[in-house]
Design a protein around this ligand. Structure first.
Ligand SMILES: Nc1nc2c(ncn2[C@@H]2O[C@H](COP(=O)(O)OP(=O)(O)OP(=O)(O)O)[C@@H](O)[C@H]2O)c(=O)[nH]1
Ligand SMILES: [Mg+2]
Length: 568
């Protein structure tokens, strides 16, 4: 009921369908009649990034995000993600890379026009329901782009929230994604002067936009008075909604806390404390697949991003016979504002309170380093102790596809990147320069401010080689070198015997134990279970040895500390 109320509110504030294609709300411009069952079709606009490999991975993620916005019916999606193919997309000049982000529309006038042209020509074909700009826009920029393009515009945060909303199934996940939506919307209230000179909300008017942050009447005379009142009304409604949501989420949190303490108190049938291992990681790393494989159960896994929004617990018997609970949870992603992470507080508390963390990484991802640092950052944000982060086990998953991942990222992307006439020579230069090692390639100086902002299709002919070769991810090289340096630990147990080796010492941040796995083929799963077992035993010994409640943190065993001290 609350969800419906929020939807109504959102529709009122935001009267276009980007948020709710699935709810069939009216659109800004009369869109061609479309099948309400069909997931929304988004045009992806990706600001250009350097080096090329970074652009490739961000674009691939953007396309995956665009394809992920779909509501499952009875727990299933209409078609597999692979069947969908890449959505239409453009690579645009990145205004922020030149330090001159346009306050009013984010992009420069050339880009805005080109996207408009693209939309006009595509209208006759399949049509696009909304535009997804893979950047963080201000409310004003979003609204101005909507006016310019005549289509709903979603930025990165907006789309992710919509995906959360579409995928949430349990009450807990629904409440939290509603809260995320509300918090996002609150920063996005803008007034627009409508066609009749009236101030309205939404994108029907021309671009006289006033920030909702309440810059006040600012000498705007009588119209601003009425506008302010309406704005205040909207803000109050949002505030009321938020208070109600927070109260309900507090209930969820309380229930979860009780469940957790029951688990701790009653433990398993042997009277042992029932420990929880939280499985965390970037979205699509394979957390659900891994938890399913380890626990021999069936959790929903999918190539869609944020396939899991609902937290799930699965029990697993470790090699020692001890029973543990694995907690599968929502994945993380880069560039999410902290308030949105906070909206998922109740769910993420499971991670904070877990006895141990397992960090799943997709080792086939070209920007694995960025994924890793995003996850570490979020863990810190939600209040996981540094000790727990340091003693986390890293799982390098999808090892089965690591060797042949060299060209899968751009395979179906390349032909659709656009170039504008007049820009050919320069762009050719850009692409061939991608051959140089990633660290050395900086092309910012080549962007000299012309307004032609696209790469044209014809121009990519003959350049494909360069693009693919630019894909060789330097991160993978870095990873391989880590891999060889951590051989001592790898595949073995990183217990007290090996803890003094560089690769596994928990006293050294970031030198975490890792296991290479494939959740699909089962490679490395036994090693992982053994490692979890070992770490838990280690932890328990420490807890037992400690004297007071303040010592109940993970620490290297005293013998190791003693050894270290003896060395010095
Ligand atoms: N080749 C290969 N594919 C894998 C492996 N593990 C998972 N996948 C695939 O990767 C995709 C994502 O897996 P999920 O388990 O849904 O990933 P997740 O981390 O739970 O993702 P979110 O819930 O969306 O955050 C699915 O299509 C899986 O089949 C693996 O070890 N090898
Ligand atoms: Mg999942």
């Amino acid at each position: 009921m609350l969800r419906a109320a929020v939807s109504r509110l959102r529709a009122h504030l935001h009267p276009h369908p980007h948020a709710h294609h699935h709810h069939g709300l009216p659109s800004v411009t009369p869109a061609p009649p479309r099948d309400p069952e069909r997931p929304p079709r988004l045009l992806v606009v990706q600001p250009r990034l350097r080096p090329g490999s970074l652009l490739d991975s961000k674009l691939a993620e953007a396309l995956n995000l665009a394809n992920s916005l779909e509501e499952p019916r009875d727990g299933f999606y209409k078609e597999g993600l692979a069947a969908k193919g890449a959505p239409p997309h453009l690579v645009a000049q990145n205004p922020s890379s030149r330090g001159r982000s346009h306050v009013d529309k984010f992009f420069g006038p050339g880009t805005v026009d080109n996207v408009k042209c693209y939309l006009r020509t595509s209208e006759s074909e399949e049509g696009v329901d909304a535009v997804f700009v893979n950047a963080i826009l201000t409310g004003i920029q979003q609204r101005n782009l909507e006016v310019a393009w005549g289509k709903p515009v979603l930025d990165r945060v907006g789309l992710i929230i919509e995906i959360f909303n579409a995928h949430a199934e349990t009450k807990e996940a629904k409440l939290q994604s509603e809260l995320a939506a509300l918090m996002y919307m609150k920063t996005r209230l803008v007034r627009v002067r409508g066609p009749g000179g009236r101030l309205t909300f939404g994108s029907s008017g021309e671009a006289e936009v006033v920030s909702a942050r309440g810059r006040g009447s600012g000498g705007r005379g009588f119209i601003s008075g009425a506008g302010e009142t309406e704005l205040q009304l909207q803000r109050r409604r949002i505030q009321e909604c938020r208070v109600r949501l927070l109260a309900q989420i507090e209930d969820v949190r309380r229930t979860r806390a009780i469940q957790r303490s029951n688990r701790k108190r009653h433990g398993n049938s042997f009277g042992q404390e029932l420990v929880t291992v939280a499985v965390v990681g970037y979205t699509n790393a394979g957390k659900s697949t891994l938890v399913s494989a380890l626990s021999e159960t069936d959790l929903y896994s999918d190539d869609r991003l944020f396939a899991t929004v609902d937290p799930r617990l699965r029990s697993v018997i470790l090699p020692s016979g001890r029973k543990a609970l694995l907690s599968d949870t929502v994945g993380f992603i880069s560039d999410l504002p902290v308030q949105l992470v906070e909206a998922f507080h109740a769910t993420l508390e499971e991670v904070v309170e877990a006895d141990m963390l397992v960090h799943v990484l997709d080792s086939s991802a070209p920007n694995i380093e960025e994924h890793r640092s995003t996850v570490l950052q979020v863990l810190q944000q939600i209040g996981v102790s540094q000790d727990k982060i340091n003693s986390m086990i890293e799982v390098w998953n999808k090892i089965d596809i690591v060797d042949n991942n060299d060209n899968d990222v751009t395979d179906d992307i390349e032909d659709e990147i656009f170039l504008t006439e007049g820009e050919e020579d320069k762009e050719e230069e850009l692409f061939s320069e991608n051959d140089v090692p990633a660290e050395e390639s900086s092309f910012e100086s080549l962007d000299d401010g012309t307004d032609s902002e696209y790469l044209s299709e014809e121009n990519l002919e003959g350049n494909n080689g360069e693009i693919s070769s630019s894909l060789e991810p330097s991160e993978m090289r870095a990873m391989n070198s880590v891999s060889s340096s951590s051989k001592d630990c790898f595949g073995e147990l990183c217990g007290p015997e090996t803890i003094s080796t560089d690769s596994c010492s928990s006293t050294q941040p970031m030198s975490t134990c890792h296991v290479k796995t494939s959740a699909v083929t089962g490679t490395g799963l036994q090693e992982l279970l053994e490692l979890i077992d070992k770490k838990l035993t280690e932890r328990q010994t420490i807890v037992e040895r400690s004297y007071g409640p303040f010592d109940r943190k993970w620490r290297p065993s005293s013998s190791v500390v003693g050894e270290k001290a003896a060395e010095q």
